[in-house]
Design a binder for this molecule. Structure first.
Ligand SMILES: Cc1cc2nc3c(=O)[nH]c(=O)nc-3n(C[C@H](O)[C@H](O)[C@H](O)COP(=O)(O)OP(=O)(O)OC[C@H]3O[C@@H](n4cnc5c(N)ncnc54)[C@H](O)[C@@H]3O)c2cc1C
Length: 499
């Protein structure tokens, strides 16, 4: 038996878990009886075929939806466009309505972790980003005061192979343009200057600010953290995002200016993310635009009311907030000519994303806004998009939407609520003041710096269990599995009621 199975291992992924005819066979436990586990384990990963990096597989090749829906998407941010692309790939008729007169992304850099990158490749988006991404070699955690290395995540070839895509960083404008180009290529209509003023959830219609009435079979609201639709699916104070008392300065520095100063030029020698962490503050940096710009996000405690923030003195406020930090870092901060101060809002996990008539659903930041400390907000929106496409592909008629949306929601809440939590946990881990906890954290990360083996680490990019949960997740496969188990459950329940 193994001889017959082994050639297959080099060509196709294995989906069966027990290769028996149902009878435990004591004599064959030494053969390839198991190829996957039903519990979290990597013990059989060596049996997987040599990874090709995120070939455009299922989403592009698979069967088109049997029930073609007219889908109205509200918001042309990364979440709205990703949803439009994923649904269009399955044959749905999709139109996107965006309030802004032109497409813009605020801020400069964005990280594309592999759980998102593998989906972007399948959706045909990565080809629109050619020559615009940077593949960092590692993340270096540094002590606030002196820049001493305290933790390292290596983005090795094994990392890329295990998670089926590299870890990318990119300019937001490039990423957004790539989404828009792909959407246009697929024939998706995006209507700018089209603010949705009201939702008529029970009729699957929206009314635009100019009074036009738009009819669909399903409304997908990807209308961001200030979502209007969220109040309809999950009314109450818990669905109002709250200011976290943390704000970020978002900036870019011209790499030529950094190169001109020998003491700091080292930061550009290899593509990498550098993150300085200290009490109630941290600074995340990396190059974007194929290495042409240096992106900086400076996070800090600010308990003042964001509505009182003016545009004046933002630069001096930023410099003051990081006075006394590593001189290499403050030299780079000194090169920043412009910055935007941005309040970080948090939304607790919602328990419902679906309107009462099952004709409206919220996705992206509208459903699960999170602080950016896991770099996973947009990645979750991309996963939502793919998950929704999987569920809508399985229904035979619009009457089954209620079931499909509930299956979608259950898998997505199970995924996004812990990601919101992981993001908040990073806020705690990054921001310890000097003292007991900070020393214990750094001691627990020391093995990373010393190149020693470790089983756990407070660095969530490196912690083996967190890594597999965050980056090993395949939103398409997970939703297919969730669908199958929901249908199985339904059949069993139905059988009980008629038996
Ligand atoms: C500092 C910072 C760093 C981040 N870094 C990362 C990172 O590295 N990796 C990552 O994956 N994520 C990151 N994120 C999170 C990521 O930016 C967001 O999760 C993502 O952009 C959300 O996309 P969205 O489409 O859901 O919402 P949005 O981008 O907010 O888009 C919503 C769109 O809907 C439109 N809209 C709203 N209301 C209406 C209406 N009534 N009618 C019509 N249109 C409407 C808006 O104009 C907007 O275009 C970061 C966030 C921040 C703040």
């Amino acid at each position: 038996m193994p001889a017959a199975i082994l050639p297959a291992l080099t060509s196709a992924p294995i989906s069966v878990s027990v290769l028996t005819n149902g009878e435990p066979n004591q004599h064959t436990y030494s053969s390839l009886q198991f190829t996957t586990t039903s519990y979290p384990s990597n013990c059989l990963h060596f049996l997987r075929p040599e990874q090709k990096i995120a070939e455009p597989t299922r989403l592009l090749d698979s069967v088109q939806a049997k029930c073609k829906l007219k889908v109205v998407i509200v918001g042309a941010g990364l979440g709205g466009l990703a949803t439009a692309i994923a649904l269009r790939l399955k044959g749905h008729d999709v139109t996107v309505f965006e309030q802004a007169p032109q497409l813009l992304e605020i801020g400069a850099g964005i990280q594309i972790p592999p759980n998102s990158g593998k989906l972007l490749k399948r959706m045909g988006i990565m080809k629109h980003l050619e020559n615009q991404t940077v593949q960092p070699e590692r993340i270096s955690f540094r002590r606030w005061q002196c820049g001493k290395l305290i933790g390292i995540t290596e983005f090795s070839p094994e990392f890329t192979a295990q998670f089926e895509a590299p870890y990318y960083v990119v300019h937001r404008a490039h990423l957004h343009s790539a989404f828009f180009e792909r959407a246009t290529e697929l024939g998706i209509k995006t209507r700018l200057n089209s603010r949705v003023a009201t939702y008529n959830e029970d009729k699957a219609t929206v009314t635009l600010a100019d009074g036009s009435l738009i009819q669909g079979d399903l409304i997908v609201a990807a209308d961001g953290i200030k979502s209007l639709a969220r109040g309809l699916v999950s009314p109450g104070v818990h669905s109002v995002p709250k200011y976290t008392n943390f704000a970020v300065y978002r900036s870019v520095v011209d790499v030529e200016k950094i190169k001109a100063i020998p003491e700091i030029a080292w930061i550009l020698e290899k593509p990498g993310l550098n993150i300085w962490v200290g009490e109630n503050r941290h600074v995340m940096t990396y190059t974007i635009a194929a290495g042409q710009s240096f992106n900086m996000v400076l996070s800090h405690l600010d308990t003042s009311d964001p509505s009182t923030w003016g545009k004046l003195d933002v630069l001096s406020g930023m410099r003051k907030a990081f006075e006394g930090w590593d001189p290499h870092l403050t030299t780079i901060i000194g090169l920043i000519e412009e910055t935007v101060k941005w309040p970080l809002m948090d939304l607790g996990a919602l328990d419902n994303w679906i309107g009462p008539a099952s004709k409206l659903i919220v996705v992206g930041d509208a459903a699960h806004a999170m602080v950016p400390y896991m770099s996973q907000g947009a990645a979750m929106a991309v996963e939502d998009a793919v998950g929704l496409a999987v569920c809508l592909n399985r229904i035979q008629s619009a009457q089954e939407l209620k079931f499909a949306l509930r299956v979608f929601q259950s898998e997505r809440i199970k995924r996004t609520a812990p990601m919101q939590e992981a993001s908040l946990i990073n806020a705690m881990l990054f921001h310890f003041k000097d003292g007991k906890e900070q020393e214990a954290r750094d001691a627990a990360m020391r093995a990373e710096v010393e190149g020693k083996h470790y089983l756990s680490t407070p660095n969530q990019w490196s912690d083996p269990v967190t890594q597999w949960w965050a980056y090993g997740y395949d939103a398409e496969a997970a939703m297919e599995a969730r669908w199958d188990s929901a249908v199985h459950h339904l059949m069993v329940e139905n059988w009980k009621s008629i038996a």
